[in-house]
Design a protein around this ligand. Structure first.
Ligand code: C2E
Ligand code: CA
Ligand code: CA
Length: 338
């Protein structure tokens, strides 16, 4: 450099206005290795641009933070709303008939929970069940559903000893033996047989298969049926399925939808059905919406079905009417009622 040399400090990097000088001592005190490079214009311009980007990034970070906070607050408020809903009795249970495909006779029903808010709007279980599973409120919901089933249908179940109601269990219900004790107490109170309450477990619910197996076995030992729900959508391996104490597979609606439409997946349902038969399991097809599906499934050896073709979820009175008079109630849907 023409000016400012030798540099006053011993620092190895020396910055001039128009160039950068890097000095490296050698073994000889008389010599230094010096690297001089012009200050590149690009990094300088980049620096300027980075300063421009800075407020934008801060703003974006604030927005994302605010959205996350809102989400947390919303979840927290929904979970406390759900707690209030349980206390105020805003949850109700509907019953979707399960039909024997041969005779079209109703053999039972699946209990499905609904949350009707004071303004009359319905919140889908797909929204609040996953939340309740995270917060642990699902145990209260499962207990509530069991209690409501026996309160509303105890009489009907006592007079129709072959009729059964199946109740959905969450993962945490399967991992501890609690639900068996709750069911035993309620069944004794309402004088209903354990065989008239079935439990539906999803493959996702079988987090620890060994623990689940013991608890499911205990439920079966006292007479409950155990059903694998949404079969085919989870990760339950066939090896596990063979050792799980279950009575029945429910084929997920996705496979039923594909019947006769989607060549790639319409082949899956018959395989599941054959496999279930090989394992001596009964099969219930879910989400049957048209007659052609019912006929096809029946010809494949499926004995039972559930879906809008037969009935939407009904309230207790409508379901009792269907069972006792053997006919569809006048209003098939309760979901539209105020
Ligand atoms: P899921 O157990 O697979 O229940 C079947 C769902 O499919 C129900 O929806 C039912 O109304 C609907 N469905 C039945 N037939 C048809 C049909 O032909 N077409 C169509 N498009 N849909 C049909 P829902 O009642 O909204 O329940 C959604 C999910 O919420 C349930 O799926 C279940 O995973 C969960 N859930 C509902 N009630 C309970 C409960 O009491 N406890 C627990 N743990 N989960 C529940
Ligand atoms: Ca179910
Ligand atoms: Ca299902």
């Amino acid at each position: 450099p023409t000016s400012g040399w030798p540099p006053p400090s011993q620092k190895s990097l020396f910055e001039l206005r128009d160039r950068l000088v890097y000095r490296m001592p050698t073994k000889s005190p008389d010599y230094q290795l010096v690297l001089i490079a012009p200050r590149a214009s690009l990094p300088l311009r980049m620096n300027g641009m980075l300063w421009l980007l800075f407020p934008g990034s801060v703003l974006a970070a604030c927005c994302i933070g605010w959205l996350v906070l809102q989400l947390i607050l919303q979840r927290r408020s929904m979970s406390s709303e759900l707690q209030n809903a349980l206390r105020r009795g805003e949850l109700q249970v509907l019953y979707q008939p399960i039909i024997e495909l041969d005779s079209r006779r109703c053999v039972g029903a699946e209990a499905l929970v609904r949350w009707r808010r004071p303004d009359g709007s319905l919140t889908s279980p797909d929204l609040f069940i996953p939340l309740a599973e995270n917060t642990g409120q699902i145990r209260q919901i499962t207990d509530f559903v069991l209690q409501r089933v026996l309160e509303q249908l105890g009489q009907l179940l006592r007079s129709h000893r072959n009729l059964y109601i199946s109740v959905n269990l969450a993962a945490c219900d399967v991992m501890v033996p609690r639900i068996g004790r709750v069911a035993a107490r309620l069944l004794a109170l309402h004088r209903v047989a354990a065989s008239q309450i079935a439990f539906e477990v999803t493959e996702r619910g079988l987090i620890d298969v060994v623990v689940a197996r013991d608890n499911l076995q205990a439920l079966r030992a006292v007479g409950h049926q155990v059903l694998i729900d949404d079969f085919g959508t989870g990760y339950c391996s066939l090896a596990y399925l063979q050792t799980l104490p279950v009575d029945c597979l429910k084929i997920d609606k996705a496979f039923i939808d594909a019947l006769g439409h989607d060549a790639a997946s319409s082949g899956v349902a018959p395989h599941i059905i054959r496999m279930a038969h090989d394992l001596h399991l009964r099969v219930i097809a879910e989400g049957i919406e048209c007659e052609a599906q019912a006929v096809l499934l029946n010809s494949e050896g499926v004995n039972y079905g559930q879906g809008w073709l037969f009935a939407h979820p009904l309230n207790a009175r409508q379901f009792a009417e269907l069972v006792t008079r053997g006919r569809q109630p006048r209003r098939a849907r309760i979901d539209d009622e105020p």
